[in-house]
Design a protein around this ligand. Structure first.
Ligand SMILES: Cc1cc2nc3c(=O)[nH]c(=O)nc-3n(C[C@H](O)[C@H](O)[C@H](O)COP(=O)(O)OP(=O)(O)OC[C@H]3O[C@@H](n4cnc5c(N)ncnc54)[C@H](O)[C@@H]3O)c2cc1C
Length: 465
Protein backbone atom coordinates (compact mmCIF):
# COMPACT_ATOMS: atom_id res chain seq x y z
CA UNK A 1 0.00 0.00 0.00
CA UNK A 2 1.34 3.41 -0.91
CA UNK A 3 1.71 6.05 1.79
CA UNK A 4 1.92 9.22 -0.32
CA UNK A 5 -1.14 10.97 -1.74
CA UNK A 6 -2.23 14.36 -3.03
CA UNK A 7 -5.03 14.59 -0.48
CA UNK A 8 -5.85 12.67 2.71
CA UNK A 9 -9.45 12.89 3.91
CA UNK A 10 -10.21 11.96 7.51
CA UNK A 11 -13.79 10.62 7.79
CA UNK A 12 -15.79 8.67 5.20
CA UNK A 13 -19.38 9.78 5.67
CA UNK A 14 -21.43 12.63 4.12
CA UNK A 15 -18.57 15.08 3.67
CA UNK A 16 -15.51 12.82 3.32
CA UNK A 17 -16.72 10.12 0.94
CA UNK A 18 -18.32 12.40 -1.71
CA UNK A 19 -15.31 14.74 -1.60
CA UNK A 20 -13.06 11.73 -2.26
CA UNK A 21 -15.28 10.70 -5.18
CA UNK A 22 -15.21 14.15 -6.76
CA UNK A 23 -11.43 14.49 -6.35
CA UNK A 24 -10.58 10.97 -7.52
CA UNK A 25 -12.68 11.56 -10.65
CA UNK A 26 -10.41 14.54 -11.39
CA UNK A 27 -7.33 12.33 -11.20
CA UNK A 28 -6.34 13.42 -7.67
CA UNK A 29 -4.66 10.67 -5.61
CA UNK A 30 -6.88 10.44 -2.53
CA UNK A 31 -6.77 8.40 0.66
CA UNK A 32 -9.77 8.32 3.00
CA UNK A 33 -9.07 7.29 6.60
CA UNK A 34 -12.10 6.24 8.65
CA UNK A 35 -12.00 4.91 12.18
CA UNK A 36 -15.27 2.97 11.90
CA UNK A 37 -16.04 -0.09 9.82
CA UNK A 38 -19.21 0.22 7.75
CA UNK A 39 -22.07 -0.44 8.00
CA UNK A 40 -22.16 1.34 11.30
CA UNK A 41 -24.73 3.58 12.97
CA UNK A 42 -24.03 7.20 13.72
CA UNK A 43 -26.08 9.46 15.94
CA UNK A 44 -28.00 11.29 13.24
CA UNK A 45 -31.45 11.39 11.77
CA UNK A 46 -31.32 11.19 7.97
CA UNK A 47 -33.78 13.37 6.10
CA UNK A 48 -32.41 15.24 3.10
CA UNK A 49 -33.88 17.46 0.44
CA UNK A 50 -34.05 18.04 -3.33
CA UNK A 51 -30.62 19.67 -3.65
CA UNK A 52 -29.00 16.70 -1.88
CA UNK A 53 -30.85 14.26 -4.15
CA UNK A 54 -29.63 16.18 -7.21
CA UNK A 55 -26.05 16.01 -5.90
CA UNK A 56 -26.36 12.27 -5.24
CA UNK A 57 -27.63 11.82 -8.76
CA UNK A 58 -24.50 13.53 -10.10
CA UNK A 59 -22.51 11.23 -7.86
CA UNK A 60 -24.18 8.34 -9.72
CA UNK A 61 -25.87 6.64 -6.77
CA UNK A 62 -29.57 7.21 -7.49
CA UNK A 63 -30.24 3.58 -8.37
CA UNK A 64 -28.52 2.44 -5.20
CA UNK A 65 -30.67 4.86 -3.20
CA UNK A 66 -33.78 3.51 -4.89
CA UNK A 67 -32.69 -0.04 -4.00
CA UNK A 68 -32.81 0.83 -0.29
CA UNK A 69 -36.60 0.94 -0.58
CA UNK A 70 -36.74 4.58 0.55
CA UNK A 71 -39.31 6.43 -1.56
CA UNK A 72 -38.74 9.80 -3.20
CA UNK A 73 -41.05 12.02 -1.17
CA UNK A 74 -42.67 14.74 -3.26
CA UNK A 75 -45.42 16.02 -0.98
CA UNK A 76 -45.49 17.73 2.37
CA UNK A 77 -48.01 18.35 5.10
CA UNK A 78 -47.01 21.42 7.11
CA UNK A 79 -48.51 22.93 10.24
CA UNK A 80 -47.26 26.18 11.77
CA UNK A 81 -49.38 26.95 14.82
CA UNK A 82 -52.99 27.17 13.47
CA UNK A 83 -51.97 27.37 9.80
CA UNK A 84 -51.93 24.08 7.87
CA UNK A 85 -51.11 23.29 4.27
CA UNK A 86 -50.54 20.17 2.16
CA UNK A 87 -48.61 20.76 -1.05
CA UNK A 88 -45.97 19.36 -3.43
CA UNK A 89 -42.35 19.72 -2.29
CA UNK A 90 -40.73 22.28 -4.64
CA UNK A 91 -38.36 20.87 -7.24
CA UNK A 92 -36.07 22.51 -9.78
CA UNK A 93 -35.70 21.28 -13.37
CA UNK A 94 -33.62 18.09 -13.42
CA UNK A 95 -34.30 17.20 -9.77
CA UNK A 96 -34.79 13.50 -9.13
CA UNK A 97 -37.09 13.99 -6.15
CA UNK A 98 -38.23 16.30 -3.38
CA UNK A 99 -36.91 14.61 -0.23
CA UNK A 100 -35.70 11.29 1.04
CA UNK A 101 -34.89 9.60 4.33
CA UNK A 102 -32.29 6.80 4.36
CA UNK A 103 -30.85 5.52 7.61
CA UNK A 104 -27.18 6.38 7.93
CA UNK A 105 -25.89 2.82 8.23
CA UNK A 106 -27.50 2.31 4.81
CA UNK A 107 -26.66 5.67 3.20
CA UNK A 108 -23.04 6.06 4.28
CA UNK A 109 -21.73 2.77 2.80
CA UNK A 110 -23.27 3.83 -0.54
CA UNK A 111 -21.21 7.03 -0.37
CA UNK A 112 -18.02 5.19 0.65
CA UNK A 113 -18.47 2.61 -2.14
CA UNK A 114 -18.80 5.44 -4.68
CA UNK A 115 -15.43 6.79 -3.48
CA UNK A 116 -13.81 3.37 -3.93
CA UNK A 117 -15.38 3.04 -7.40
CA UNK A 118 -13.95 6.44 -8.34
CA UNK A 119 -10.46 5.26 -7.41
CA UNK A 120 -9.96 6.62 -3.89
CA UNK A 121 -8.13 4.42 -1.39
CA UNK A 122 -10.54 4.03 1.53
CA UNK A 123 -8.99 2.66 4.73
CA UNK A 124 -11.59 1.66 7.30
CA UNK A 125 -10.86 0.83 10.97
CA UNK A 126 -8.03 3.37 10.85
CA UNK A 127 -7.95 6.23 13.33
CA UNK A 128 -6.01 9.44 12.81
CA UNK A 129 -4.16 10.11 16.06
CA UNK A 130 -1.77 12.86 15.01
CA UNK A 131 -0.62 15.16 12.23
CA UNK A 132 2.80 15.39 10.60
CA UNK A 133 4.24 18.81 9.87
CA UNK A 134 6.98 20.06 7.59
CA UNK A 135 8.15 23.67 7.24
CA UNK A 136 5.17 24.91 9.30
CA UNK A 137 2.60 23.05 7.18
CA UNK A 138 0.52 19.97 7.83
CA UNK A 139 2.07 17.31 5.61
CA UNK A 140 0.27 14.12 6.62
CA UNK A 141 -1.44 12.08 9.33
CA UNK A 142 -0.42 9.46 11.83
CA UNK A 143 -2.84 6.56 11.69
CA UNK A 144 -3.50 3.83 14.22
CA UNK A 145 -4.97 0.58 12.91
CA UNK A 146 -4.94 -3.15 13.69
CA UNK A 147 -1.42 -3.49 12.27
CA UNK A 148 -0.04 -0.71 14.48
CA UNK A 149 0.72 2.89 13.61
CA UNK A 150 1.71 4.27 10.23
CA UNK A 151 2.18 7.65 8.59
CA UNK A 152 0.44 8.83 5.42
CA UNK A 153 1.68 11.93 3.64
CA UNK A 154 -0.08 14.40 1.35
CA UNK A 155 -0.09 18.06 0.30
CA UNK A 156 -3.48 18.51 1.91
CA UNK A 157 -5.26 16.94 4.89
CA UNK A 158 -9.05 17.37 4.96
CA UNK A 159 -10.81 17.01 8.31
CA UNK A 160 -14.18 15.54 7.37
CA UNK A 161 -14.25 13.94 10.78
CA UNK A 162 -17.41 15.35 12.27
CA UNK A 163 -18.30 17.57 15.17
CA UNK A 164 -15.54 16.24 17.43
CA UNK A 165 -12.98 16.67 14.68
CA UNK A 166 -9.49 15.46 15.51
CA UNK A 167 -8.04 17.50 12.64
CA UNK A 168 -9.70 20.67 13.98
CA UNK A 169 -8.49 20.03 17.53
CA UNK A 170 -4.91 19.28 16.46
CA UNK A 171 -4.86 22.51 14.45
CA UNK A 172 -6.44 24.49 17.28
CA UNK A 173 -9.23 25.64 14.98
CA UNK A 174 -11.51 27.94 16.95
CA UNK A 175 -15.31 27.80 16.88
CA UNK A 176 -17.33 30.95 16.44
CA UNK A 177 -20.92 32.10 16.77
CA UNK A 178 -21.69 29.06 18.94
CA UNK A 179 -25.35 28.54 19.85
CA UNK A 180 -26.73 25.85 22.19
CA UNK A 181 -29.83 23.86 21.26
CA UNK A 182 -33.21 24.68 22.82
CA UNK A 183 -35.00 21.42 22.05
CA UNK A 184 -33.88 17.80 22.22
CA UNK A 185 -34.62 15.27 19.46
CA UNK A 186 -35.92 11.71 19.74
CA UNK A 187 -36.75 9.49 16.81
CA UNK A 188 -37.93 5.94 16.17
CA UNK A 189 -39.27 3.64 13.45
CA UNK A 190 -42.58 1.94 12.72
CA UNK A 191 -43.31 -1.16 10.69
CA UNK A 192 -46.65 -1.46 8.91
CA UNK A 193 -47.50 2.26 8.98
CA UNK A 194 -49.99 3.68 6.50
CA UNK A 195 -48.63 7.09 5.47
CA UNK A 196 -51.26 7.50 2.70
CA UNK A 197 -51.28 7.00 -1.05
CA UNK A 198 -48.46 9.40 -1.83
CA UNK A 199 -45.34 9.46 0.35
CA UNK A 200 -45.41 12.71 2.28
CA UNK A 201 -43.15 14.59 4.71
CA UNK A 202 -45.04 15.74 7.76
CA UNK A 203 -43.80 18.74 9.75
CA UNK A 204 -46.10 20.02 12.49
CA UNK A 205 -45.11 22.74 14.93
CA UNK A 206 -47.67 24.13 17.35
CA UNK A 207 -47.68 25.34 20.96
CA UNK A 208 -44.72 23.58 22.61
CA UNK A 209 -44.83 20.66 20.14
CA UNK A 210 -42.67 19.94 17.11
CA UNK A 211 -43.17 16.62 15.28
CA UNK A 212 -41.84 15.28 11.97
CA UNK A 213 -42.50 12.05 10.07
CA UNK A 214 -41.42 10.52 6.77
CA UNK A 215 -41.24 7.09 5.14
CA UNK A 216 -37.67 5.79 5.20
CA UNK A 217 -35.80 2.77 3.77
CA UNK A 218 -36.77 -0.90 4.16
CA UNK A 219 -40.48 -0.07 4.40
CA UNK A 220 -40.05 1.68 7.75
CA UNK A 221 -41.73 4.92 8.80
CA UNK A 222 -39.62 7.41 10.78
CA UNK A 223 -41.20 9.65 13.41
CA UNK A 224 -39.33 12.43 15.22
CA UNK A 225 -40.29 14.59 18.19
CA UNK A 226 -38.51 17.70 19.46
CA UNK A 227 -39.35 18.14 23.14
CA UNK A 228 -38.47 21.39 24.85
CA UNK A 229 -35.70 21.07 27.45
CA UNK A 230 -38.25 21.50 30.24
CA UNK A 231 -39.76 18.15 29.13
CA UNK A 232 -36.53 16.16 29.46
CA UNK A 233 -37.11 15.08 33.03
CA UNK A 234 -40.39 13.50 31.88
CA UNK A 235 -38.57 11.80 28.95
CA UNK A 236 -35.93 10.48 31.33
CA UNK A 237 -38.55 8.77 33.47
CA UNK A 238 -40.17 6.90 30.54
CA UNK A 239 -38.96 7.95 27.12
CA UNK A 240 -41.09 5.37 25.23
CA UNK A 241 -44.31 6.57 26.85
CA UNK A 242 -43.58 10.27 26.39
CA UNK A 243 -42.44 9.66 22.79
CA UNK A 244 -45.74 7.86 22.11
CA UNK A 245 -47.68 10.64 23.82
CA UNK A 246 -46.07 13.35 21.66
CA UNK A 247 -46.63 11.36 18.48
CA UNK A 248 -50.27 10.72 19.33
CA UNK A 249 -50.82 14.46 19.81
CA UNK A 250 -50.15 14.96 16.07
CA UNK A 251 -53.37 13.76 14.51
CA UNK A 252 -52.18 12.79 10.97
CA UNK A 253 -49.18 10.97 12.43
CA UNK A 254 -51.36 9.12 14.94
CA UNK A 255 -53.54 8.03 11.99
CA UNK A 256 -50.53 6.87 9.94
CA UNK A 257 -49.22 4.62 12.69
CA UNK A 258 -52.59 3.44 14.03
CA UNK A 259 -52.03 -0.17 12.93
CA UNK A 260 -48.22 -0.08 13.04
CA UNK A 261 -45.63 -1.56 15.38
CA UNK A 262 -42.70 0.38 16.87
CA UNK A 263 -39.49 -1.45 16.02
CA UNK A 264 -35.90 -1.02 17.19
CA UNK A 265 -34.66 1.29 19.86
CA UNK A 266 -35.47 4.92 20.33
CA UNK A 267 -32.68 7.28 19.29
CA UNK A 268 -32.15 10.59 20.99
CA UNK A 269 -29.83 13.55 21.19
CA UNK A 270 -30.21 15.92 24.06
CA UNK A 271 -27.43 18.45 23.87
CA UNK A 272 -25.50 19.92 20.97
CA UNK A 273 -24.34 23.29 19.81
CA UNK A 274 -24.28 24.94 16.42
CA UNK A 275 -21.08 26.65 15.30
CA UNK A 276 -18.69 27.63 12.57
CA UNK A 277 -15.01 26.66 12.92
CA UNK A 278 -12.00 28.30 11.32
CA UNK A 279 -12.05 26.59 7.96
CA UNK A 280 -8.43 26.10 6.95
CA UNK A 281 -4.74 26.66 7.60
CA UNK A 282 -1.44 25.70 5.94
CA UNK A 283 -1.98 22.22 4.50
CA UNK A 284 -5.38 21.54 6.09
CA UNK A 285 -9.06 22.31 5.65
CA UNK A 286 -12.27 21.25 7.44
CA UNK A 287 -15.37 20.00 5.61
CA UNK A 288 -18.87 19.03 6.75
CA UNK A 289 -19.65 19.07 10.48
CA UNK A 290 -15.96 19.41 11.31
CA UNK A 291 -16.17 23.01 10.10
CA UNK A 292 -19.82 23.93 10.55
CA UNK A 293 -22.76 22.39 12.38
CA UNK A 294 -26.28 23.75 12.62
CA UNK A 295 -29.38 22.78 14.56
CA UNK A 296 -30.80 19.67 12.86
CA UNK A 297 -34.36 21.10 12.89
CA UNK A 298 -34.34 21.87 9.13
CA UNK A 299 -32.68 18.49 8.34
CA UNK A 300 -29.85 20.18 6.48
CA UNK A 301 -26.55 18.65 7.72
CA UNK A 302 -26.31 15.98 5.04
CA UNK A 303 -27.26 18.29 2.17
CA UNK A 304 -24.96 20.98 3.54
CA UNK A 305 -22.02 18.56 3.70
CA UNK A 306 -22.67 17.78 0.01
CA UNK A 307 -22.95 21.47 -0.81
CA UNK A 308 -19.68 22.24 0.96
CA UNK A 309 -17.67 19.52 -0.78
CA UNK A 310 -19.22 20.29 -4.16
CA UNK A 311 -17.58 23.72 -3.92
CA UNK A 312 -14.45 22.49 -2.12
CA UNK A 313 -13.43 19.87 -4.71
CA UNK A 314 -12.79 22.37 -7.56
CA UNK A 315 -10.99 24.71 -5.13
CA UNK A 316 -8.67 21.85 -4.13
CA UNK A 317 -8.07 20.74 -7.72
CA UNK A 318 -7.20 24.31 -8.73
CA UNK A 319 -5.01 24.80 -5.65
CA UNK A 320 -3.08 21.57 -6.18
CA UNK A 321 -2.11 22.86 -9.62
CA UNK A 322 -0.13 25.73 -8.04
CA UNK A 323 2.26 26.39 -5.17
CA UNK A 324 1.49 25.64 -1.52
CA UNK A 325 0.64 29.31 -1.08
CA UNK A 326 -1.81 29.07 -4.01
CA UNK A 327 -3.41 26.03 -2.43
CA UNK A 328 -3.79 27.77 0.94
CA UNK A 329 -5.28 30.87 -0.72
CA UNK A 330 -7.80 28.74 -2.62
CA UNK A 331 -8.89 27.17 0.68
CA UNK A 332 -9.16 30.54 2.42
CA UNK A 333 -11.42 31.77 -0.42
CA UNK A 334 -13.52 28.63 -0.08
CA UNK A 335 -13.80 29.22 3.68
CA UNK A 336 -15.08 32.75 3.09
CA UNK A 337 -17.61 31.38 0.61
CA UNK A 338 -18.71 28.79 3.20
CA UNK A 339 -19.36 31.42 5.82
CA UNK A 340 -21.25 33.69 3.42
CA UNK A 341 -23.26 30.86 1.93
CA UNK A 342 -24.34 29.30 5.23
CA UNK A 343 -24.62 32.30 7.57
CA UNK A 344 -28.31 33.05 7.01
CA UNK A 345 -29.31 29.40 6.92
CA UNK A 346 -27.41 28.86 10.16
CA UNK A 347 -29.55 31.41 11.97
CA UNK A 348 -32.68 30.03 10.32
CA UNK A 349 -31.84 26.55 11.65
CA UNK A 350 -31.57 28.05 15.14
CA UNK A 351 -34.98 29.66 14.72
CA UNK A 352 -36.57 26.43 13.54
CA UNK A 353 -35.16 24.58 16.54
CA UNK A 354 -36.16 27.24 19.06
CA UNK A 355 -38.41 26.44 22.00
CA UNK A 356 -41.76 28.18 22.38
CA UNK A 357 -44.31 29.07 19.77
CA UNK A 358 -43.47 30.39 16.30
CA UNK A 359 -43.54 34.22 16.31
CA UNK A 360 -46.98 35.27 15.06
CA UNK A 361 -45.51 37.59 12.46
CA UNK A 362 -43.54 34.74 10.85
CA UNK A 363 -46.62 32.48 10.64
CA UNK A 364 -48.42 35.43 9.08
CA UNK A 365 -45.73 35.82 6.40
CA UNK A 366 -46.01 32.14 5.47
CA UNK A 367 -49.80 32.40 5.42
CA UNK A 368 -49.63 35.35 3.02
CA UNK A 369 -47.05 33.61 0.80
CA UNK A 370 -49.48 30.72 0.56
CA UNK A 371 -52.37 33.05 -0.39
CA UNK A 372 -50.14 34.42 -3.14
CA UNK A 373 -49.32 30.90 -4.38
CA UNK A 374 -45.70 31.28 -3.21
CA UNK A 375 -45.55 28.79 -0.34
CA UNK A 376 -43.04 26.78 -2.40
CA UNK A 377 -40.48 29.53 -1.92
CA UNK A 378 -40.77 29.07 1.87
CA UNK A 379 -40.02 25.36 1.43
CA UNK A 380 -37.16 26.24 -0.93
CA UNK A 381 -35.40 27.65 2.13
CA UNK A 382 -35.00 24.02 3.15
CA UNK A 383 -33.63 23.09 -0.29
CA UNK A 384 -31.02 25.82 0.29
CA UNK A 385 -32.25 27.47 -2.90
CA UNK A 386 -33.70 30.64 -1.41
CA UNK A 387 -31.94 32.82 1.15
CA UNK A 388 -33.98 33.74 4.24
CA UNK A 389 -33.31 37.45 3.61
CA UNK A 390 -34.94 37.19 0.16
CA UNK A 391 -38.09 35.81 1.71
CA UNK A 392 -38.30 37.55 5.07
CA UNK A 393 -37.92 41.05 3.65
CA UNK A 394 -38.60 44.24 5.67
CA UNK A 395 -41.64 44.89 3.42
CA UNK A 396 -43.13 41.49 4.20
CA UNK A 397 -42.38 41.93 7.90
CA UNK A 398 -44.10 45.33 7.96
CA UNK A 399 -47.08 44.06 5.96
CA UNK A 400 -47.51 41.05 8.25
CA UNK A 401 -47.21 43.25 11.36
CA UNK A 402 -49.84 45.66 10.05
CA UNK A 403 -52.26 42.83 9.22
CA UNK A 404 -51.79 41.21 12.61
CA UNK A 405 -52.24 44.46 14.52
CA UNK A 406 -55.42 45.25 12.54
CA UNK A 407 -56.80 41.75 13.14
CA UNK A 408 -55.87 41.35 16.80
CA UNK A 409 -56.16 44.81 18.29
CA UNK A 410 -55.95 43.57 21.89
CA UNK A 411 -52.54 41.99 21.13
CA UNK A 412 -51.00 45.14 19.65
CA UNK A 413 -48.33 45.55 22.35
CA UNK A 414 -47.32 41.89 22.32
CA UNK A 415 -47.09 41.82 18.51
CA UNK A 416 -44.98 44.96 18.32
CA UNK A 417 -42.75 43.67 21.12
CA UNK A 418 -42.20 40.41 19.22
CA UNK A 419 -41.33 42.27 16.02
CA UNK A 420 -38.92 44.57 17.86
CA UNK A 421 -37.19 41.52 19.40
CA UNK A 422 -36.87 39.90 15.96
CA UNK A 423 -35.42 43.08 14.46
CA UNK A 424 -32.87 43.42 17.24
CA UNK A 425 -31.92 39.74 16.97
CA UNK A 426 -31.45 40.17 13.21
CA UNK A 427 -29.19 43.20 13.74
CA UNK A 428 -27.04 41.25 16.22
CA UNK A 429 -26.76 38.31 13.82
CA UNK A 430 -25.69 40.56 10.96
CA UNK A 431 -23.02 42.00 13.25
CA UNK A 432 -21.82 38.49 14.18
CA UNK A 433 -21.65 37.51 10.50
CA UNK A 434 -19.11 40.30 10.01
CA UNK A 435 -17.39 40.14 13.42
CA UNK A 436 -17.66 36.59 14.72
CA UNK A 437 -17.63 35.84 18.46
CA UNK A 438 -14.82 33.30 18.93
CA UNK A 439 -14.81 30.49 21.48
CA UNK A 440 -11.55 29.17 22.94
CA UNK A 441 -9.83 26.53 20.78
CA UNK A 442 -10.35 22.90 21.79
CA UNK A 443 -7.01 21.56 22.85
CA UNK A 444 -7.52 17.83 22.68
CA UNK A 445 -9.09 15.59 20.07
CA UNK A 446 -11.83 13.32 21.45
CA UNK A 447 -11.03 10.09 19.63
CA UNK A 448 -12.83 8.06 22.25
CA UNK A 449 -16.04 10.00 21.86
CA UNK A 450 -16.87 10.65 18.24
CA UNK A 451 -20.42 10.87 16.89
CA UNK A 452 -20.41 7.09 16.50
CA UNK A 453 -22.63 4.73 18.42
CA UNK A 454 -22.07 0.98 18.33
CA UNK A 455 -25.75 0.17 18.38
CA UNK A 456 -28.90 2.15 18.55
CA UNK A 457 -29.18 3.76 21.93
CA UNK A 458 -32.09 4.56 24.11
CA UNK A 459 -31.65 7.38 24.55
CA UNK A 460 -28.13 8.50 23.57
CA UNK A 461 -26.91 11.63 25.30
CA UNK A 462 -24.98 13.71 22.79
CA UNK A 463 -22.85 15.87 25.04
CA UNK A 464 -22.00 19.37 24.05
CA UNK A 465 -18.35 20.28 23.67
C1 LIG B 1 -29.28 14.47 16.50
C2 LIG B 1 -28.94 14.81 15.09
C3 LIG B 1 -29.89 14.66 14.10
C4 LIG B 1 -29.57 14.99 12.78
N1 LIG B 1 -30.52 14.85 11.81
C5 LIG B 1 -30.22 15.19 10.53
C6 LIG B 1 -31.19 15.03 9.48
O1 LIG B 1 -32.31 14.55 9.67
N2 LIG B 1 -30.83 15.42 8.24
C7 LIG B 1 -29.60 15.95 7.97
O2 LIG B 1 -29.34 16.31 6.82
N3 LIG B 1 -28.67 16.07 8.92
C8 LIG B 1 -28.95 15.70 10.19
N4 LIG B 1 -28.00 15.83 11.16
C9 LIG B 1 -26.68 16.36 10.79
C10 LIG B 1 -25.82 15.28 10.13
O3 LIG B 1 -25.71 14.18 10.99
C11 LIG B 1 -24.43 15.81 9.86
O4 LIG B 1 -24.49 17.11 9.35
C12 LIG B 1 -23.67 14.91 8.90
O5 LIG B 1 -23.50 13.65 9.48
C13 LIG B 1 -22.30 15.51 8.59
O6 LIG B 1 -21.49 14.55 7.97
P1 LIG B 1 -19.91 14.56 8.16
O7 LIG B 1 -19.39 13.61 7.15
O8 LIG B 1 -19.42 15.95 8.15
O9 LIG B 1 -19.64 14.05 9.65
P2 LIG B 1 -19.98 12.66 10.34
O10 LIG B 1 -21.20 12.06 9.78
O11 LIG B 1 -19.93 12.92 11.80
O12 LIG B 1 -18.75 11.72 9.94
C14 LIG B 1 -17.48 11.91 10.46
C15 LIG B 1 -16.70 10.61 10.31
O13 LIG B 1 -15.36 10.86 10.72
C16 LIG B 1 -14.89 9.72 11.41
N5 LIG B 1 -13.80 10.13 12.30
C17 LIG B 1 -13.87 10.98 13.35
N6 LIG B 1 -12.66 11.12 13.93
C18 LIG B 1 -11.81 10.33 13.23
C19 LIG B 1 -10.43 10.03 13.35
N7 LIG B 1 -9.67 10.58 14.30
N8 LIG B 1 -9.88 9.16 12.47
C20 LIG B 1 -10.62 8.58 11.49
N9 LIG B 1 -11.94 8.82 11.35
C21 LIG B 1 -12.53 9.70 12.19
C22 LIG B 1 -16.09 9.21 12.18
O14 LIG B 1 -15.93 7.84 12.49
C23 LIG B 1 -17.23 9.46 11.19
O15 LIG B 1 -17.51 8.34 10.41
C24 LIG B 1 -28.29 15.48 12.48
C25 LIG B 1 -27.32 15.61 13.48
C26 LIG B 1 -27.64 15.27 14.77
C27 LIG B 1 -26.60 15.42 15.85
Amino acid sequence: MQNRFDVIIVGARCAGAPLATLLARQGVRVAVVEQATFPRETLSSHIFEADALAFLDRLGVTERLRATGAPFVDRTDIRIEDFEIAMPWPRAPGDTGGMMSVRRHVLDPILADAAVDAGAEVRMASTVVGLSEEHGRVSGVRVSCANGECELRARLVVGADGRRSTVAALNRARKYNVVANQRALYWGYFEGADPGEQPSFLSHRWADRFVLAIPTDAGLYQALVWPEMSELARFDRDHEAVFADQIQSCEPLARAIAGARRVGKLYGAVRWSGYFREASGPGWVLAGDAGHFKDPAPGRGIGDAFRQVDALAPAIVAGLGGSDANLDEALVRWGHWRDRDFAEHYWLANDLGQSGTVPAVLSEIVRRLNEQGKAGSFLDLLNHRVKPSRLLTPARLLGATARLVARERGQRRAILGEVAALASQDARRRWLNRRPAYAAAELSPANGEPTETHVAVAPERAHQR
